[in-house]
Design a protein around this ligand. Structure first.
Ligand SMILES: [Zn+2]
Ligand SMILES: [Zn+2]
Length: 430
């Protein structure tokens, strides 16, 4: 029996060659925890909107430089990229944090509450880290400190990606996301795998959530214009009514999810959020415009839903003698966690949080621009608990609201798991 056990131990030692570094990571993560919380409070009190994260970027680049990490600034407008070269050869592992805040006025009474204001889309508003990206930056700065202190033991290199504008830039003539631009500027070219996390205000501290395959939705904008023929409201037979046609299209679109999508695999959403047409009770207008949002999981489902929307809208319109113009604009792709990478990393998640604290998440119909990196190289994006222990998620303010709040005791697990990702991945690549 003993003879059998020995080779097994040796084998696992080879597969996870660097996991012996975990105890040292734990020690260093605990040591950096106070600093992580201080950085987070500083960033929280000084939030900056997408593509304006200059102060945040400087804080990051000064810190990375102090650790001896190679730094490139102003990547994708305000982004910062740091490269830590390990002493031994091996893969390039990327870790990502997003830096942007939101046009939300903070209502939480904290000593480091944001009082920053700005004008956004012509309206006066507060600026707040109401999605927790301040914690992502602070956690990744902590990871940089932990791993820089273990440089001589690293079998590969680490790329720290601090990106702007995860929430997107929606200005006249400009629609973009920080991750998309980082990819366009080539940050993923020499990367073997990428990892990221999102704090969750409605999940208990100490827990990690993940999902293999499509985990977060693709978001696409929908616009349908129904062209009819204007007529007097008293004699509808003399025209083609786009209001009735548009109504039928809205109803018809509901059959995509009930009759075309295999709902046992992934959910999908088609929402018509606005209908505009007509000006007066007795005039049948010439056209009706509808706008909405489409949420899908994975390329195949996205193609199916887009095709069905076009078929339903154009054919219903045709049957009425009207014409439907369908415009779909692709925004975020679906966040798809590489199944192979994910299955290899479950043990890492369990080692960091404890098996009982790792949960498989349901699909999320919100989007995340981490997806742009995952279209280049295998990536894994996880959820990190940020709600106080024993809290009720249904009574806890959600992300993007003025009462959004994070329990900072959850951050250290973020530092540990991101550092584990690096050394475990390096160990596996051998
Ligand atoms: Zn957000
Ligand atoms: Zn976010």
């Amino acid at each position: 029996m003993r003879k059998l056990i020995l080779p097994l131990v040796l084998l696992s030692g080879t597969v996870f060659g660097q996991s012996k570094l975990r105890p040292e990571i734990d020690k260093k993560a605990t040591a950096v925890e106070t600093k992580v919380i201080e950085w987070r409070r500083d960033i929280h009190q000084n939030p900056e909107l997408g593509n304006q994260e200059k102060r945040t970027a400087k804080l990051i680049s000064d810190h990375l430089r102090s650790l001896g990490i190679e730094v490139t600034e102003n990547v994708a407008v305000t982004g910062v990229v740091g490269v830590l070269r390990g002493a031994k050869p091996g893969p390039m592992v990327a870790l990502r944090a997003d830096m942007d805040a939101l046009p939300v006025t903070e209502r939480v009474d904290l000593p480091f509450k944001s009082t920053v204001t700005t004008t956004y889309n012509g309206q006066q508003t507060g600026v707040m880290h109401a999605c927790g990206h301040d914690s992502h930056v602070a956690i990744l700065m902590g990871v940089a400190e932990v791993l820089a202190g273990m440089k001589n033991q690293l079998e590969g290199s680490v790329k720290f990606i601090f990106q702007p504008a995860e929430e997107g830039i929606y200005e006249p003539g400009v629609t973009t996301w920080g991750a998309k631009q980082m990819v366009e500027e080539g940050v993923m070219k020499d990367v073997d795998a990428i990892f990221g996390l999102h704090i969750s205000a409605q999940t208990e501290v100490g827990t990690i959530g993940y999902r293999s395959g499509p985990a977060q939705a693709a978001v696409d904008n929908l616009e349908i214009i129904v062209h009819g023929t204007q007529a007097h409201g008293a004699s509808p037979w003399s025209g083609v009514d786009p209001v009735v046609t548009a109504s039928q299209i809205v109803t018809g679109l509901q059959t995509i999810l009930s009759r075309s999508v295999n709902i046992t695999q992934n959910p999908a959403v088609v929402t018509v959020g606005a209908i505009h047409g007509g000006i007066r009770h007795n005039i049948i207008p010439e056209k009706v415009e509808m706008i909405g949002t489409i949420r899908t999981f994975g390329d195949e489902q996205q193609e199916l839903v887009h095709r069905r929307i076009t078929e339903i809208a154009t054919n219903i319109a045709e049957s009425a003698g009207a014409k439907a113009e369908v415009n779909i604009t692709k925004l975020y792709p679906s966040t798809v966690n590489d199944p192979n990478l994910t299955s290899k990393m479950v043990a890492t998640l369990e080692a960091a949080a404890g098996k009982e604290n790792v949960k498989v998440n349901p699909p999320v119909t919100g989007a995340e621009d981490f997806s742009f990196y995952q279209r280049e190289k295998p990536g894994l994006f996880i959820g990190l608990g940020g709600m106080k222990k024993g809290g009720d998620p249904t009574k806890t303010p959600s992300h993007h609201t003025p009462d959004f709040y994070l329990d900072e005791s959850g951050f250290v697990l973020g530092v540990r798991v991101m550092s584990y990702f690096v050394v475990d991945y390096m160990g596996m690549k051998k």
